[in-house]
Design a protein around this ligand. Structure first.
Ligand SMILES: Cc1cc2nc3c(=O)[nH]c(=O)nc-3n(C[C@H](O)[C@H](O)[C@H](O)COP(=O)(O)OP(=O)(O)OC[C@H]3O[C@@H](n4cnc5c(N)ncnc54)[C@H](O)[C@@H]3O)c2cc1C
Length: 281
């Protein structure tokens, strides 16, 4: 197998890998970025149809190239995927696609990166493989459920039309689970189960958010990165949201994006139909 010698190998061409490449390029350092995808941004394109960022366009830029969308709009998944692709082309970053890294080993004073298409020997490795779109973590319990129940991991979910009629249980209440639960609640009685991650106080597309978002950014960048700050984020994020006892989070009240959906979710509020009580035992 051919071995390529190079100073730095970056594994992963998501936001982190591309931004690292940009800075190395500006310093004239030799490097290559390896990515398993066949097209840059496919991690994003593979997500559900309606996925939008939580951060407004003016905060979504990588270094050196503004995100091509109006201020205070929230880009969709394909726009993000296309931006990553454009970014790499714009700066002519050396990205090698369709190359999955299989092992990373130390050999003397260097590293050896073995991929399904060859080996690299280098002085530095930047692991920028992220968590987004990686192998699903599915607990053992689904095997014990009735096979008649349709089960999908969020990485397989695209739109409500994939689901059968009847009730839906969404397990996991962070970004993906909450987004999906709100969408599915338009057409199905939906229960969202998971720890309470709090709620962003105003709706994302509201005028109030324009005041709040910069403050949240200051908190994320300067407070939650220091010890003991997680509690602070919780206070900020929960601000006025319903107290669900921390076990089952039921999205009541404002949908952060779409008031029409919010009213629908309120109508299907499962905490008033027993699911919340059951989960709290
Ligand atoms: C629903 C949802 C909404 C989000 N909204 C926002 C938002 O509004 N704003 C925001 O900033 N963030 C948001 N995020 C988070 C954001 O997606 C991640 O923080 C971001 O993608 C991390 O970038 P990354 O470069 O570290 O990793 P990734 O984007 O995951 O990129 C990793 C890359 O590594 C490649 N890779 C992995 N393993 C290998 C391997 N073995 N060999 C070769 N290549 C490999 C993958 O193909 C991929 O291209 C959201 C996430 C979700 C799920």
């Amino acid at each position: 197998m051919e071995t390529i010698e190079i100073e730095t190998v970056i594994i992963g061409a998501g936001q982190a890998g591309l931004a690292t490449g940009y800075h190395l390029q500006r310093r004239g350092r030799p490097y290559v970025i390896l990515d398993a995808n066949s097209r840059l941004g496919d991690n994003w394109r593979r997500q559900w149809d309606t996925l939008k960022l939580y951060s407004p366009a003016q905060y979504d830029s990588l270094p050196g190239l503004p995100f091509p969308a109006r201020k205070w709009t929230y880009p969709g998944k394909d726009q993000v995927g296309d931006y990553l692709d454009t970014y790499a082309r714009h700066f002519e970053l050396p990205v090698t696609l369709e190359t999955r890294v299989q092992t990373l080993e130390r050999e003397d004073e260097q590293y050896v990166v073995t991929t399904d298409r060859g080996r690299y020997r280098c002085d530095n490795v930047v692991v920028a493989t992220g968590r987004f779109g990686r192998t699903p973590q599915v607990p053992a319990i689904p095997d014990q459920l009735d096979p008649a129940i349709l089960q999908l991991h969020s990485s397989e979910y695209r739109r409500p039309g994939q689901l059968r009629g009847g009730q839906v249980l969404v397990v996991g209440a962070s970004h993906s689970g909450t987004d999906i639960a709100f969408e599915v609640a338009e057409t199905h009685l939906t229960i969202l189960a998971g720890r309470d991650c709090g709620q962003i106080p105003p709706r994302l597309e509201s005028r109030r958010m324009r005041l709040v978002f910069p403050m949240l950014l200051v908190a994320w960048r300067h407070i939650v990165t220091r010890s003991g700050a997680a509690a602070c984020l919780r206070v900020l994020a929960t601000g006025g949201g319903p107290d669900t006892g921390g076990e089952v989070r039921v999205p009541v009240g404002d949908d952060y994006r779409n008031p029409r959906r919010a009213s629908h979710v309120r109508r299907l509020d499962v905490s008033r139909r027993g699911a919340g009580r059951g989960a709290r035992r």
